[in-house]
Design a protein around this ligand. Structure first.
Ligand code: AHR
Length: 535
């Protein structure tokens, strides 16, 4: 209860305090901007940043599929053949290159026949809360969804509890053009033309939820799937052949390096009868297990701890790439980081099996740092899938009934669209340091690229949550006229977009001066900025 005191003495004191804060408050010390010299050498062209590093992962888990994508034909939520229109519109805007489905751990218990045709089997989802799996979203609905958002299919075959025959028949159902019984069944289910399947996952975490296999046992199984699970689509025989992705490591310890060694050694000696084009890597930013960090209502220390942990992605990729280089110096096998992102404690009140967490400005910065790491390893990392697309873990989108909100991570993916299939250009800069307690991180991170039409792009993250950064950027051999783009920041490291305040963390348009040939960028604390360099 406020204590009102209207005595002349008290009123004078209040007026004095108000004036004091008006005057000196305005002069309160603003943290000085740190200065960073940065240069881009456009003559030293790097690898293509494959658009597939912006891939998504959608598992039958919590509300990732049901409610997130699929609302059904009878829903009052606007939909096209049961798939929500708002989600499709939002995903189209970020140009999703591929979607990994149906899991995750779910994939190794998924039996595709239960999810096709007019009569769907009702099963259970023992991995994720033991809830009912209605199978109303199956293969044909997934392909329809991909068609609506303009993405390619990355399907994970069940090699844990399924059989090679079941997986082979799934691919025949999806891809056969000739009038086989399965192709006719697909036609009867509404799709006469064969589907395109761009990527096939040969199991998921087969060293753990996928069957706890040893590398040798996995290899024996995987070779059989690689041999017999064929893609029959005539359009994918010469060009656009389906890429097969083997289960890879889930960390950096000897257990994981031994796994990578085993698969890559076998690959080096592989015969005509089997092949792989990718090795998966799973790496979540979790700090400790089980996930205990809060996804909202945290402070600067937790911000710094999470970012420190996420930056370990770089050394992890380097470690496994070095092993792959020994057996595959031509880099034919891609490292596919097909599960990555922040994994926090479940939101209070949510079903712990549904992996529901909030998504804050911290996650936007985390996403930008990881994409920058993938881009720097673009010669080996040619695909990545953030976990997960909607309502699960580090989501792009959250839904609640008819409501939808776009997360800070979504906006990073949107801002980074120009980097899809652009050519990496090396950037040199002294990142400086940001320190919180005993944690020291680089203050800034940056990548540059040239897109297909020759436009130059720069993405810079200022990790420091307290101090702005002034970048003086030199682009050798380029006469820049202007620098325009977008910056994403928010008042606090744990600022979020909620259903009530969906635009708390959205990018703002920015433009910067060019002085004496140098681009003068002013970055807000805790911000992600993407700009094009106008010539
Ligand atoms: O993304 C959630 C789960 O994490 C996936 O199902 C599994 O592959 C991983 O352990």
């Amino acid at each position: 209860m406020e204590d009102f005191d209207y005595s002349p003495h008290s009123m004078m004191r209040k007026r004095f305090l108000a004036l004091f804060f008006m005057f000196f408050g305005a002069m309160a010390p603003v943290a000085p901007a740190q200065n960073v010299q940065l240069s881009v050498d456009v003559s030293r062209v790097g690898a293509k940043i494959d658009r597939n590093i912006f891939g998504q992962f959608a598992e039958h888990l919590g509300h990732g599929i049901y409610d997130g994508i699929w609302v059904g034909l009878d829903s009052s939520i606007p939909n096209t053949r049961g798939i929500r229109n708002d989600v499709v519109g939002a995903l189209k805007a970020i140009k999703v290159p591929n979607v990994r489905w149906p899991g995750g751990c779910f994939a190794d218990e998924y039996h595709w026949r239960k999810g096709i045709g007019p009569q769907r089997a009702v099963t259970l989802n023992p991995n994720w809360g033991g809830v009912i799996e209605p199978n109303t979203f199956g293969t044909d609905e997934f392909m329809d969804f991909l068609d609506q958002i303009g993405a390619e299919a990355y399907v994970s075959a069940n090699i844990g509890s399924g059989t090679p025959q079941e997986a082979a028949e799934w691919l025949e159902y999806m891809t056969a053009a000739q009038p086989t019984t399965l192709a006719k069944e697909r036609a009867a289910n509404g799709h006469a033309a064969p589907y395109k399947v761009g990527y096939l996952g040969l199991g998921n975490e087969s060293w753990d939820c996928g069957g706890n296999m040893t590398p040798d046992y996995y290899l024996d199984k995987m070779k059989i799937y690689s041999r017999f699970v064929r893609n029959f689509n005539p359009a994918q025989q010469e060009k656009q052949q389906m890429r097969k992705i083997a289960v890879g490591p889930g960390g950096g310890e000897p257990r994981w390096t031994e796994w990578t060694e085993a698969i890559m050694k076998a690959y080096q000696q592989h015969s005509w009868s089997w092949d792989i084009n990718g090795l998966s890597l799973h790496n979540y930013t979790v700090v400790k297990w089980p996930p205990a960090y809060a996804s909202t209502g945290f402070g600067e220390t937790e911000y710094a701890q999470i970012l420190k942990s996420t930056l370990e992605m770089d050394s992890l990729i380097a470690k496994h790439s070095a092993i792959m280089d020994r057996y595959d110096p031509q880099k034919k096998v891609a490292l596919v980081v097909d599960e990555w992102g922040a994994w926090y404690a479940p939101l209070p009140g949510s079903n712990p099996g549904f992996l529901v967490q909030q998504n804050s400005l911290r996650d936007a910065i985390l996403a930008a740092l990881n994409v920058n790491i993938f881009a720097r390893h673009a010669d080996r990392v040619r695909m990545a899938n953030i976990a997960q697309m909607i309502n699960v873990l580090q989501a792009m989108i959250m839904t609640d009934g008819e409501k939808m909100v776009l997360t800070p991570t979504y906006y990073v993916f949107k801002m980074y669209r120009p980097f899809q299939d652009a050519t990496f250009l090396p950037v040199t800069f002294d990142a400086g340091t940001y320190t919180r307690g005993d944690i020291t991180l680089p203050r800034v991170d940056a990548i540059a690229a040239r897109d297909a039409v020759g436009q130059l792009w720069l993405a810079i993250t200022n990790l420091d949550p307290n101090q702005p950064t002034e970048i003086e950027a030199t682009i050798s051999g380029v006469r820049a006229r202007a620098v325009v783009g977008e910056m994403l920041t928010a008042p606090k490291v744990d600022s979020v977009n909620s259903f009530d305040a969906p635009r708390a963390v959205v990018p703002k348009a920015v433009s910067f001066a060019v002085e004496g040939g140098k681009l003068m960028l002013k970055l807000e604390p805790k911000s992600v900025t993407v700009v094009s360099i106008e010539q």
